[in-house]
Design a protein. Structure first.
Length: 271
């Protein structure tokens, strides 16, 4: 044929069919321990920050997709006996975060009514659950590695989108960003130890680590731009900028609102 030969030939055996690598159990838990701890700390601190700022600390998309993933891989799909209780525990944590999402998440979608926002949240959860079930079944992905790893890229991107949409550090903290980054870092090494011949995972986790590092840098700069310390534990809510589209819906009043409130107080006191 006149067309030049392909640069990369397809493998005789699809990597997706290769079994999990034989590795000592202690190595798995050494890597999985910091992974689970990092995400657990990130969730806990995000819940705390959301209570202070009245804005979600975990992006809405992350909550929707994670909840669907852990629900299907604990109660719907067959998995290893040790994995199902772990997934169910994370699902219960996600249910608590979902409550905060329904209470505060609509503020990131000012053009949408709260009723429409709730429909969107549960609609995405339902769609994600079906997607996880069909993809896991199609690939016979008993550990949910392919769906979990692939979605991790978009979950990490969601934090950058949330920061950009708000134009402030509301609901976010460096401690959450770092804990999330640590969890993803060790999650990547856990997967690479389990499936060393799957080059797709190497590419995906290099992408995730790059995005997580970028988010940490952007959030650090944003908090400094707001004139506050990125490492302050109990810093107050950020001032929300006068962003287009009505995004200035945070819990802290803007400068003009504060001046109007102060003038009203002075007028009442003098009267």
């Amino acid at each position: 044929m006149w067309f030049p030969p392909a640069l990369i030939d397809l493998p005789n055996i699809a990597p997706v069919t290769l079994p999990e690598a034989d590795r000592p159990s202690w190595l798995f838990w050494i890597l999985m321990g910091p992974c689970a701890s990092g995400w657990l700390v990130a969730y806990g601190l995000a819940i705390y920050r959301a209570k202070l700022d009245k804005r979600v600390g975990i992006p809405v998309f992350v909550v929707e997709v994670n909840l669907a993933w852990e629900f299907t891989l604990s109660l719907i799909l067959d998995q290893a006996d040790v994995q199902r209780p772990i997934n169910l525990s994370w699902f219960l944590v996600d249910c608590f975060i979902l409550r905060q999402t329904l209470a505060y998440g609509w503020k990131d979608y000012p053009g949408m009514s709260r009723r429409a926002f709730r429909w969107m949240v549960f609609g995405v959860i339902a769609w994600s659950a079906v997607f996880h079930i069909m993809t896991t079944y199609e690939l016979k992905d008993a550990t949910g590695i392919y769906t979990g790893t692939g979605l991790n890229v978009f979950l990490s991107l969601s934090f950058i989108f949330m920061l950009n949409r708000r134009g402030s550090s509301l609901g976010q903290s460096m401690y959450v960003a770092l804990a999330k980054g640590i969890g993803s870092f060790f999650a990547g090494w856990t997967v690479l130890v389990m499936y060393p011949g799957h080059h797709l995972f190497i590419f995906l986790f290099l992408t995730v680590w790059t995005i997580d590092a970028t988010y940490c840098v952007l959030l650090y700069r944003k908090v400094r731009e707001e004139g506050r310390s990125p490492w302050a534990w109990n810093r107050g809510p950020a001032e929300v900028p006068d962003a287009p589209g009505g995004l200035a819906t945070g819990s802290a009043p803007r400068h003009g609102e504060r001046e109007h409130e102060e003038a009203a107080v002075r007028s009442a006191a003098s009267g």
